[in-house]
Design a protein around this ligand. Structure first.
Ligand SMILES: C[S@@+](CC[C@H](N)C(=O)[O-])C[C@H]1O[C@@H](n2cnc3c(N)ncnc32)[C@H](O)[C@@H]1O
Length: 495
């Protein structure tokens, strides 16, 4: 049973305790937690802020949750015209939480809009000055790690924090020590999460001091997800009572050296996790064969990374980005030793899928999403990992799209889907059935599970209306899947 803590809005099967190996405090399970179970649920954030580009298209009250259901066009706050809401319900929720305090400040400094971390810091300063925080919650915030000594050794980092703190103090008009605001800024830097949609797209910054107590492992047993403003930490693997709950702070699909540098630079620690103890002897570092001379692999990696960087620049057109990403993937493929799962190959494909979608090339996006589903995700992610489920959902959506009557594939596509005579309806049913049957142990959030459940029922009922039940046609499903696997093999040969 999850229990409420002294902190309002926190329900959890964990307790904070000192952790070993110089980790400071961490969260430990108070009971056995099964995969997919919620280890921690936080209803309301300490602070949550949209990234500046998202202020235009995302409701600052529900962070997209109600927006998805109502489909309302967003209306700007008539005071500042900086934030937008679905309707009065979302607006008044945010007004009471903090917007009433910041709205006149936003209005005064227009047309400038403060960057996300400054807007988050401003909220903390304003809410704490008006005693809007629960004292227990603030006590946990006060106790959070800052690494201020390490930050002080880096002039660049120190300057950034000091300047943000000075600006926020001035805008707030609150009589508060600048040093205190700097400390808040350092806590925010170290302990905040990427606020994401239920589909794991980043939309902003989130902080809650209780969630800030979770330590990192590259071999993590839990994941963090958001459903609107609600945070969920779910077990990805079985967690025994008294075991520490770990999440990943970084992309742990990257090789050993990259992971360790990132953790050291951003979080100031050397990871001693079970994966790091294996050094470079894990799939993240392995090549298909170990050549005596590493130079060609290093050259291919450097060139691929350069191409990836220019492809994702803000001024790059979709078509140009696609060419660059494909060229980068080709360089890795040409080495004949680079596994599809070794970074940056997998990330290049993720970016390529997004660029192909933006350019309206749905058939090629479908092929890459199928490659990812069949060849990459089962190696890179645990079964319950939310990203694996989100990728499966994207494949379903793409298959639905290209199976529409009248859809015309691009005749220039290097692999022609029509040559494989896929029965898209059976494929959609198959992927959805797999998703629906693993919902319980998946780490996805409730809105996502609802979406999948509803879609599966709809697709299954369509089959039933036609007197068919795919669950009883295993042979047909297997044959369709083999066709898709042949398509994937063909596409990979051409990469
Ligand atoms: C978000 S805080 C986590 C809570 C923190 N342990 C505390 O007591 O407030 C991040 C910091 O915790 C410590 N930490 C997290 N994971 C760690 C690990 N695997 N090994 C060592 N230190 C870790 C590092 O100091 C890191 O900068």
């Amino acid at each position: 049973m999850a229990s409420r803590t002294v902190l309002p809005s926190v329900t959890t099967k964990t307790v904070p305790r000192p952790a070993p190996n110089g980790m400071g405090n961490g969260l430990f399970a108070t009971a056995d937690i099964n995969p997919g179970d919620t280890a921690l649920h936080i209803e309301a954030p300490f602070v949550a802020i949209l990234d500046t580009p998202r202020l235009e298209d995302t409701c600052a009250g529900c962070f997209g949750k109600r927006q998805m259901e109502t489909g309302n066009e967003l209306k700007a706050c008539t005071g500042c015209r900086v934030v937008k809401y679905c309707d009065r319900t979302c607006q008044s929720k945010d007004w009471k939480f903090a917007h009433s305090l910041e709205c006149p400040i936003f209005k005064n400094i227009k047309p400038m809009v403060l960057p996300n971390n400054a807007r988050a810091l401003l909220r903390i300063v304003l809410r704490s000055a008006r005693n809007k925080y629960d004292p227990e919650e603030f006590k946990v915030f006060d106790g959070l790690e800052t690494h201020i000594n390490e930050i002080s050794e880096s002039q660049g980092q120190l300057d950034r924090i000091t300047l943000t703190a000075r600006a926020v103090k001035n805008y707030s008009g609150i009589d508060i020590e600048e040093g205190t605001v700097s400390t808040y800024a350092a806590k925010l830097d170290l302990n905040s999460f990427n606020l994401t949609t239920s589909m794991y797209d980043r939309i902003g910054l989130y902080l809650h001091p209780y969630a800030g107590l979770i330590n990192h492992s590259c071999d993590y047993n839990a994941t963090v997800g958001f459903d609107g403003a609600e945070l969920y930490v779910k077990a990805m693997r079985p967690i025994k009572q008294d075991e520490q709950v770990f999440i990943s702070y970084i992309d742990t699909t990257t090789p050993y050296d990259i992971r360790r540098n990132e953790l050291k630079e951003r979080y100031f620690f050397d990871c001693l996790c079970t994966k790091c103890q294996k050094g470079t002897d894990t799939f993240e570092d392995r090549f298909l064969s170990e050549p005596e001379d590493m130079t060609p692999l290093e050259t291919a990696e450097r060139e691929a990374l350069e191409l990836m960087q220019t492809a994702t620049g803000s001024s790059t057109e979709h078509v140009e980005a696609i060419e660059k990403l494909e060229a980068a993937m080709h360089k890795l493929h040409e080495t004949a030793a680079w596994p599809l799962t070794r970074q940056p190959y997998a990330s290049l494909r993720d970016k390529l899928i997004i660029s192909l979608l933006s350019a309206g090339n749905f058939t090629r996006a479908f092929i890459h999403a199928a490659i990812r589903y069949i060849k990459i995700d089962p190696v890179v992610y645990d079964k319950a990992h939310p990203i694996r489920h989100i990728h499966a959902w994207s494949l379903v959506r793409l298959t639905v799209f290209i199976s529409q009557e009248g859809f015309q594939p691009d005749p220039q596509d290097p692999v022609q889907i029509k040559d494989f005579q896929l029965n898209f309806h059976y494929l959609i049913w198959y992927i959805l059935a797999e998703l629906a049957s693993t919902q319980l142990e998946s780490c996805t959030v409730p809105s996502f599970k609802k979406l999948v459940g509803n879609q599966f029922v709809q697709v299954h009922n369509e089959f039933k209306t036609n007197g068919l039940d795919p669950s009883k046609s295993r042979g047909v499903l297997a044959a369709e899947w083999q066709k898709l696997e042949r398509l994937v093999t063909k596409a990979l040969e051409k990469e």
